[in-house]
Design a protein around this ligand. Structure first.
Ligand code: NAD
Length: 274
């Protein structure tokens, strides 16, 4: 992770604090000397409201309660959101209202929600990423380069996730699709094929196909397949722990503190491009 790190700890508000990702991020914050937990936000109907977070995270946790709204007196630098599409709008509104930087990994956002991120970026620093893993960031770069070099090869993207995932294809698969489209010099919307069923006809040239598998407890697998007559190249990433996303989101949260308003990407948090 790169330049301009703040000299003091990043004070972080976590939104979606009792979720799988929220918990992984709080564990990462508590284990890092470069960050501290300012506030742990949960949904208003949560049984955890007003409970101390130490009940959930043990004695190492600071004297912070789970709360359902951001106290005006809270001292913080950045709000990290991993919740859901219904909760995302209020998370962004809270960050905007309190002038906190905003880092979000919530997937399945609508076009309006992406537009809201761009709008907020005029006032606060904003970083949204469909995947906070270093390996996936590298996969995205490789997919873009490979698509550019093998522009006449067929390309499909296959992803697999746990049975509780609510959106498809995954945000990461879409990001990879955009990278392939960029490599081809086209727009994904003009070439994406999300469903194949029945009499599909032959595959048109330049199509970028998606397939989603949902089963068991798979954290996340993505394969970008490039194929032509007689040979096939597969770029594969397998996540085996949510902690990789939590580590990346925490790195992004620390990186974004003190930056100017604007829309940033996770790629910018990583080491310079080769
Ligand atoms: P989860 O269902 O375990 O957690 C979501 C949490 O948000 C729940 O605790 C829920 O109670 C909470 N929530 C709902 N409404 C809320 C509100 N109004 N205020 C505060 N909290 C509220 O889900 P998860 O596995 O932690 O994933 C959360 C999101 O992160 C999903 O969109 C998922 O696809 C995404 N995700 C992104 C990445 C990435 O790297 N970008 C990685 C994993 C998951």
């Amino acid at each position: 992770m790169t330049d301009s790190q703040p000299s003091r700890r990043a004070r972080i508000v976590v939104h979606g604090a009792t979720g799988r990702m929220g918990q992984a991020i709080i564990r990462s914050i508590l284990g890092s000397s470069r960050s501290e937990l300012a506030c742990a936000l949960v949904r208003p109907t949560s049984d955890h409201v007003d409970e101390p977070i130490s009940d959930e995270f043990g004695m190492r946790a600071p004297d912070v309660d789970f709360v359902s709204a951001l106290d005006p007196d809270v001292v913080a630098d950045v709000l990290v959101d991993f919740s859901g599409v219904q909760a995302f709008d209020s998370a962004l509104a809270m960050a905007h209202e309190h002038r906190l930087a905003f880092v979000s990994g919530t997937t399945g956002l609508s076009d309006d929600q992406h537009a809201a991120l761009e709008h907020a970026a005029k006032t606060i620093p904003v970083l949204w990423a469909s995947n906070f893993s270093l390996g996936v960031a590298m996969l995205e770069r490789l997919a873009r380069r490979t698509a550019a070099a093998l522009a006449d090869w067929d390309c499909d993207i296959v992803e697999m996730h746990h049975r509780r995932k609510r959106d498809a294809p995954s945000g990461t698969a879409l990001t990879l699709g955009h990278a392939v489209a960029e490599g081809h010099g086209v727009a994904l919307d003009d070439h994406a094929r999300y469903i194949r069923h029945g009499q599909t006809g032959e595959r048109p040239p330049g199509e970028i196909g998606f397939a989603a598998v949902r089963a068991g407890d798979v954290v996340g697998e993505h394969t970008v397949i490039f194929a032509t007559d007689g040979e096939r190249l597969e770029l594969v990433h397998r996540a085996t722990s949510r902690d990789i996303f939590a580590r990346g989101a925490l790195a992004a949260a620390i990186w974004i503190v003190g930056r100017d308003p604007g829309l940033y990407t996770f790629d910018q948090v990583l080491a310079p491009k080769d």
